[in-house]
Design a protein around this ligand. Sequence first.
Ligand code: NI
Length: 410
Amino acid sequence: MNTRTGVATVASTDAAREARVAAALALFTPSERAQLLTLRRSLHAHPELSGQERGTQARLVAALAHHGITDVRVIADTGLVATITGTRAGAPVIALRGDMDALPITEETGLPFASQSPGVMHACGHDMHASWAVAAALLLKRNPSEGDVRVILQPAEEVGEGAKSVLASGVLDDVHVIFGGHVDWRFAVGEVVATAGPLAASTDTFEVTFHGRGGHGARPHDTIDPVIGLGAFIMGVQTLVSRRLDPGLPGVVTVGVVQGGNASNVIAELAHCAGTIRATTPESRALLCNGVQALADGVAATHALRAEVQIREGTPPLVNTARAAAWAQAAARRLLGDDSLKTLATANMGGEDFACYTERMEGCFLRVGTWREGRSRSGVHTPRFDPDEDALFVAGALLAECARTASAAR
Ligand code: NI
């Protein structure tokens, strides 16, 4: 590409995107924008860990009330559901979800509204997510969708428990489609990922303990050495992804903990390891989980050990359904233009408990760009994460439009 033309094209694309972002911001009054920023910054300054979001809950109740949204109920202990009544009885009910919890990270942004809670930080942008859910609620209050909208403010996403509690509350039983989103610094403000198919990985964990018979380090023949079994297991478990999984499907098996013995001249009684298993389809998830179990049993048999295996179910793979993704794409095109839709360059192997919803109902989880020229490229879960706040209004407007589009679909 000719460099001069290339620069001009990029500049005009950027200008067009900024114009779309400005139009999305203009859906809010200046006072609404100021209130939403105040909300986001107060959540950011007072982050709370998973399951402890009581102050966050109170701030969100007050913010919703400020915008005239009073049909609000407590769910999942520290969460909330706000209902915005639709214009047509019997129209499909839509849910929008924003999570609320923070991470055990010490903030280093130096922002004026940085965390006032030592060791706790909104480093995953859930302060943005909760605030943009309120933003969507106030737009839907002013310009409702056909069906009722349940705005879910969900606690405990980081520990993979919140979505399960929300589902158990029954508040989603009559919901047809659910939408949610996550900040993403790899995309510019005004850019969105709303693709059908896998968007995040499953997050199961395993613990394997090999029991042997300990003894003197100089007399291995009198013992059954569990460290040998553990070594064979750690090497063998890597072949699940390299030899058993279809190379076209992403997967990860990581051993993150290894423990065995405590003296150089003693053969241990037992040796232990723990790790995480990531997969993007239910089938590959089952293959890897079953593989860990089978390999541990096989290694134990080979080395005359006893294997104790625990596989703890985490969140399932997040798979966006085709119809919900199509509605989200239509909403993004209308609001932000055709150029706004992006795709992930590679599979995302992180977990997201929104997957518990899409396992039960139609849904689409969006990635929402938060980067702007001149901003730091510090990603989520880092002490310097600092998203551009305009993304709050873009996502609020987009989620409201997703709800309108899905509930009007025939
Ligand atoms: Ni997150």
